[in-house]
Design a protein around this ligand. Structure first.
Ligand code: F6R
Length: 605
């Protein structure tokens, strides 16, 4: 939620800032802006709307300067107007600031500043920061000291970058919101996420909470809040600008759906030995989970659905497990203690609700483990340990390949836990499960090559409501199918346990409510799901069966998947559903990569 970028270097700063904002638009797209030092004070351009609007504004009234900051916004405090767009400045435009996060004490700070005669020009919490810095400058502090003094006054969480008039320096700090530093041959970048600048440099320093950065063209200082130097390694990211780009695909989402075979191959690479039925997970050797007696999995949205998938798998393996929505953890989690492993499932590693749940679990004495895609993300700092899903960068707001890699990673974690947790009593054959997993990337490829989702979407994209049902693991996939469908088509969709249909939702079923029945190949379970589907069909609803072929004649339409282990068959069914959602959204001309009102990482509770 909100993306920030900053650059100091030789030439091209404005162009790099705007390109960086385009790369960060997945974090918010309500408004965008940049500010640069141009030798004649600070020049600001900002606009409500997408970064395109800003690009046009920057072209119309040319901007130049070699030190600059930029921002793309997902509104929290105040509507998406030009005034509320960042960067924000003090009244004399001597200081400009961009910010991601929430300043919790902004009401009090505003009141103090107002009492001092400051006039505010926006509704944002951020605007207090440039005024605070300016007040400190007026008191006679040097720019760096003024910046630090302003930080001292803030409560909440932030990643901030600031410019001060007549000072060729970038000031930045993080506390609770992501900020990474890019080291290029001709200067430095700062951004909320690496894709912002990966086309300019792949050398990255992951900053930590409490870090303060002072960057000049030929000098970089990273210190703690007290000004003591801190040592942060420069790492080379192992993916390229091409991987972060859209390539020849019409949308990032389509690219990310189509690159799932490679992503899944990465997820399992070096981790499975089907012949021995063994799983090895980097930092978790045999015995690493000896103390675990119960598992709680927390996540939001798609990651919660992955957590549900993990819960089902763990329960089937005889491990006490519960998936909990991260935003409900504080109020509805059962007891957690040192024998509880709390697994935080979060693609971005920045979701505030999930971070809060991890902190809560830690305070209760539980051991915490982050399952995430982003190395260096906040969750990796908050949790005791991390396990990476290795899906590569995901830019489309709708999670696709990361869901597949999350579920597989949780499946591997379940198998590792089974080795260590004393009460575990797996009901599945590990060798069978793992050799089917080895084939999963190729099977996803075959679904991608042979699917009929586009013509099916054409038939069904103009209906009142869409229902998705399944049992067990297929239930979590049904929920995920519905979430994907609603978020990118803006059509009403619900996913639930197949058996629940007759306990209420059936009242909504009409010939205008297509029903997707997710099957796994487990005949006993599928038979029940299909019986539930016929209950809807009898009320006129068209039924689409998604899953391995059966000798049923229920389906009005089918989205088949190759035969495999029922656990993985549901993931293949999910790929079919991703494609249906995508093509339905194309039919409806939706903003597929940036659905209205949503952002890729939600950093407020
Ligand atoms: C849906 C989607 C969201 C995220 C949720 C959690 O397609 O992307 O529901 O899954 O906001 O995000 P992470 O996984 O980054 O914690």
């Amino acid at each position: 939620m909100c993306g920030i970028i900053a650059r100091i270097g030789e030439g091209g700063t404005v162009e790099d800032l705007v390109t960086g904002l385009e790369n960060l638009e997945y974090r918010g797209y309500d408004s965008a802006g940049v500010a640069v030092q141009n030798g004649d004070g600070i020049a600001v351009r900002k606009r409500s709307g997408r970064v395109d609007e800003l690009r046009r504004a920057v072209r119309r009234r040319r901007l130049h300067g070699e030190v600059g900051i930029g921002h793309t916004r997902w509104s929290t405090h105040g509507p998406p107007t030009d005034e509320n767009a960042h960067p924000h400045t003090d009244e004399s435009e001597a200081v400009a600031v961009v910010h991601n996060g929430v300043i919790e004490n902004y009401d009090d700070l505003r009141a103090d500043l107002r009492a001092d005669g400051v006039t505010f020009s926006s509704d944002t919490d951020t605007e207090v920061v440039p005024h605070l810095i300016e007040r400190k400058l007026e008191e006679g502090l040097e720019p760096e000291a003024a910046f630090r003094a302003a930080l001292d006054a803030l409560e909440g969480n932030y990643a901030i970058a600031a410019l001060v008039e007549d000072d060729e320096t970038l000031y930045a700090a993080r506390d609770g919101s992501p900020l990474v530093l890019g080291v290029a041959a001709d200067g430095y970048y700062l951004a909320s996420d690496v894709p912002a600048f990966v086309e300019f440099t792949d050398r990255v320093m992951y900053l930590e909470d409490g870090d303060v950065v002072v960057a000049q063209r030929d000098e970089l200082r990273v210190t703690d809040t007290a000004g003591r130097p801190v040592d942060r390694a420069v790492e080379t990211v192992d993916w390229s600008a091409d991987e972060a780009g859209r390539g020849s695909y019409d949308h990032f989402m389509l690219k990310e759906i189509h690159t799932q075979p490679g992503a899944l191959a990465n997820t399992i690479e070096g981790r499975i030995d089907p012949e021995r039925g063994a799983v090895s997970l980097e930092d978790f050797p045999q015995g690493a989970f000896d103390d675990v007696r119960r598992v709680q999995l927390v996540g939001c949205g798609t990651s919660y659905h992955a957590a549900l998938f993990g819960e089902t798998m763990l329960k089937r393996a005889g491990v006490r497990a519960e998936a909990i929505r991260a935003n409900e953890y504080g109020v509805s989690a059962g007891p957690a203690d040192e024998e509880t492993l709390v697994v935080a499932v979060t693609q971005s590693g920045e979701t505030a609700d999930t971070l809060a749940a991890v902190e809560d679990a830690g305070q209760r004495g539980a051991r915490t483990l982050a399952v995430t895609n982003v190395v260096g993300s906040s969750v990796t700092r908050v949790a005791d340990d991390s396990l990476f899903i290795r899906a590569g960068p995901e830019i489309g707001v709708a999670a696709t390949k990361t869901y597949s890699s999350q579920t597989v990673t949780l499946g591997l974690l379940a198998l590792r836990l089974v080795d260590d947790v004393p009460a575990a009593d797996p009901h599945f054959d590990r060798r069978e499960l793992l050799s089917a997993l080895r084939d999963l990337p190729d099977q996803v490829e075959s679904v991608l090559q042979t699917n009929d989702a586009e013509s099916l979407a054409r038939t069904y994209s103009d209906h009142d409501s869409y229902f998705f049902i399944g049992r067990g693991q297929a239930n979590s996939v049904a929920k995920e199918g519905a979430l994907k469908f609603k978020e990118i088509t803006y059509e009403h969709a619900e996913g639930f346990a197949a058996g629940e249909l007759k306990h209420g939702p059936l009242a909504l079923v009409t010939p205008n409510t297509p029903l997707f029945a997710v099957c796994s190949g487990d005949e006993e379970q599928d038979e029940k799901t299909l019986t539930n589907a016929t209950e809807a069909q009898a009320r006129g609803a068209p039924v689409v069966v998604v899953g391995p072929d059966h000798s049923d004649d229920v389906a009005d339409a089918r989205l088949p998947v190759p035969d495999t282990h029922p656990v993985w068959a549901t993931l293949l069914a999910n790929v079919q559903l991703q494609l249906v959602s995508y093509h339905a959204a194309v039919q409806l001309d939706r903003a597929i990569d940036k659905p209205r009102n949503l952002a890729k990482s939600v950093t407020v509770e």
